[in-house]
Design a binder for this molecule. Structure first.
Ligand code: ADP
Length: 654
């Protein structure tokens, strides 16, 4: 273990202790020769101690460092003391097999009886270097991952100092900060950054800062800011379990701009769609007014008992009426479709019994079916059939569409059957099945599309090709879906699936009772009707109509103001009122009439070209006893007049 035997007892003890040290311990004399090497030296360098004692220390050092090492040693002996060797330099040891390994060396002088020696504690730091390299690698990876984040990213340590950030964060926040940003406390960075932010007032700025500081302890938080140069940023903070705050800042400028552009485009589209609806509504009004004259007079001619038409003229007139009815249906359908597409149809869902509705549809379709010799039936339905959530008017419209198609596209003595059953547990399927002509398979893809008549374009059956598309859109508005199956020559089945109303599992309500048949006029007094209308053709038509009735007097007024005056003066049994009038409207006139005792109870029928559902609701809510639309259906008007006049003349008030 030791080169010479000339050592004192305490020196021997010292070397004995060194022998047990965990590091390699080598003692050299001022000539650079090894005078002692401990057991760990043998292990670390792979030399037997005997190979080392008395040999130059360079044996343990890579050759490239040998020359420099001699100089170091000389300098050390000139000023011996405890110190680490080659501080800041990478030091290497050389094993017996020539391989190198990183070492750390600390030197201390040993004063012996032979003079000063130097003891070198040599630690193999291979493992530490490996761990350091691995740690550096993962730190580098983290840094490059953080750097690759496109948004600004920063980590604040538990004492709320910035410990890591990417360059986006640095350029966002750091430009306002003097010196490096990492290491800076949060509040200092916040204050610097606030110089870049845009606030409406100093008060807003103060509140913003107060809130940021107050909410710093939150587990998570997010807030939006605007910069002075017009960018919109969203800041998101999350606190980890270790108390570290992870901050990300997203630049939302493009999103906000896009949203604004989208909002503007949406507003423009809405305005355009509103304009379109308005245009269509006024077009429909304009078209309905002349149609009133065409269809009204045609009906009068048809009914004329004084100068009856010849059969030939009656037939031709029938064509006029048919054409007119078709045009009218087209106007209604187009208006309806464009209103739905413009989002102008309000849906009000309620719970309803399908059986009750189907009975109503069957009765309404009765006359049309009878004309074509078709039998319409409703399948027997189980007592517990669930109710559906739907808009009554629109659901009826759908069933009428399906039902009238099933009659139209049927065969002589054919059948139409309505049915209903639950599907998927939460929907009720309402079916309309016919024994009609069916639809060829190659036409199936064209159904439920606007103006598609699926092969009937040239056929004898009249249609507009809008009914099914309206049906589909209305169904969607009620969260419903539509479908069909059909075989050419073998009938069709159309259906609508509607959500079941689970909130009201009530049994089906009884079928509505219909009003009594109108009673024939049996009056002793000559009844008086007041007609308020500005269009001379319509006035003329009404005159002719009333003349064709038995013994009824008609007075007319071309403005609402005149109408009210006449009503007070003559107290007619019934008033027929147009709504769009020059000056005061028909609605205002009605209000005036309702406000006076003498005229309060006179029934007022609205007869108007304002034919939308909304107009109708508004009219009925205002107090019109009936709301009839132009072109007038003569039978309907006559029926109403007869019923009203009879009750007015026979009723207790007369
Ligand atoms: P329209 O009946 O006015 O032409 P629809 O939109 O109601 O328009 O129907 C579109 C087309 O679908 C019809 O033209 C017809 O070809 C076909 N169709 C609809 N219902 C039936 C049915 N029950 N049987 C046979 N074809 C039908």
């Amino acid at each position: 273990m030791f080169e010479t035997a000339t050592i004192t007892q305490s020196e021997a003890l010292y070397f004995q202790i060194l022998d047990t040290a965990p590091d390699a311990m080598v003692v050299v004399n001022r000539h650079g020769n090894i005078v002692f090497a401990n057991a760990q030296t043998e292990t670390a360098f792979g030399h037997a101690r005997a190979d080392l004692l008395g040999k130059a220390l360079e044996r343990l050092i890579p050759e490239r460092f040998s020359a420099a090492h001699k100089g170091h040693l000389a300098r050390y002996f000139a000023d011996p003391g405890l110190r680490s060797m080659g501080s800041g330099l990478e030091l290497f040891g050389r094993r017996a097999d020539g391989s190198e390994f990183p070492i750390e060396v600390s030197l201390s002088p040993v004063r012996t009886s032979d003079g000063v020696l130097v003891s070198a504690a040599i630690r193999d730091v291979t493992e530490r270097k490996r761990i350091e390299a691995a740690a550096k690698l993962s730190a580098d990876r983290l840094a490059s991952a953080v750097e690759s984040i496109q948004d600004a990213f920063a980590l604040f340590d538990a004492s709320d100092h910035l410990s890591l950030c990417n360059s986006v964060y640095r350029s966002l926040i750091g430009e306002t900060v003097v010196g490096p940003v990492v290491g800076k406390p949060y509040q200092e960075l916040l204050d610097a950054w606030m110089g870049d932010l845009d606030f409406a007032s100093n008060e807003e700025r103060r509140l913003f800062r107060e809130e940021r500081v107050a909410r710093r302890g939150d587990l998570a938080g997010s807030f939006d800011v605007r910069t002075r140069d017009g960018r919109s940023l969203r800041v998101i903070d999350r606190r980890t379990a270790e108390g570290v705050i992870v901050k990300t800042i997203w630049d939302l400028t493009d999103d906000v701009r896009r949203e604004q552009e989208l909002g503007a485009a949406r507003a423009a589209a809405e305005a355009a769609s509103a304009a379109k609806s308005e245009f269509l509504a006024s077009m429909s009004h304009e078209l309905r007014t002349p149609m009133n004259a065409i269809l009204g007079f045609a009906q009068l001619l048809q009914r004329d008992k004084i100068e009856p038409l010849s059969e030939r003229h009656k037939e031709r007139l029938q064509q006029v009426l048919k054409g007119g009815e078709h045009l009218l249906r087209l106007i209604d359908d187009i208006l309806d479709l464009s209103r739905i597409e413009a989002g102008g149809v309000a849906i009000s869902t309620e719970s309803m019994s399908v059986r009750e509705l189907l009975d109503e549809v069957r009765k309404t379709l009765g006359p049309m079916a009878a004309r074509d010799g078709i039998e319409v039936t409703v399948d027997a339905m189980p007592e517990g059939l669930p109710r559906v959530a739907a808009d009554r008017t629109r659901f009826l419209q759908i069933l009428m569409n399906y039902g009238s198609n099933a009659i139209k596209y049927n065969r002589p003595n054919g059948k139409v059957t309505f049915g209903a059953f639950a599907v998927d547990g939460d929907r009720l399927r309402i079916t309309v099945t016919d024994t009609g002509i069916g639809i060829a398979a190659e036409q199936h893809g064209r159904l439920f599309q606007p103006f598609q008549r699926a092969g009937q374009e040239m056929g004898p059956i009249e249609g507009t090709g809008i009914g099914l598309v309206i049906t589909k859109r209305l169904a969607a508005l009620m969260q419903g879906t539509v479908g069909f199956r059909s075989v050419a020559g073998n009938g069709s089945q159309f259906w609508i699936d509607l959500p079941i109303d689970r909130s009201a599992p009530l049994p089906d309500a009884p079928v509505m009772v219909r009003a009594d048949e109108p009673v024939r006029i049996a009056g002793q007094r000559r009844p008086l009707i007041l007609y308020v209308e500005d269009n001379p053709a319509n006035v003329r038509f009404m005159r002719d109509l009333v003349n064709s009735l038995e013994d009824i007097e008609l007075v007319t007024a071309s403005t609402a103001e005149m109408g009210v005056e006449l009503a007070c003066e003559r107290l007619p049994q019934v008033i027929i009122m147009d709504i769009n009038l020059p000056g005061m409207s028909g609605l205002d006139a009605l209000r005036l009439l309702r406000g006076q005792t003498a005229t309060r109870d006179i029934p007022v029928i609205a007869l108007t070209a304002a034919a939308s559902e909304r107009d109708r609701h508004r009219g009925l809510a205002a107090g019109f006893c009936q709301y009839l639309t132009k072109p007038v259906r003569v039978d309907e008007l006559v029926e109403s007049l007869e019923a009203l006049l009879t009750s007015r003349l026979l009723g207790p008030s007369t």
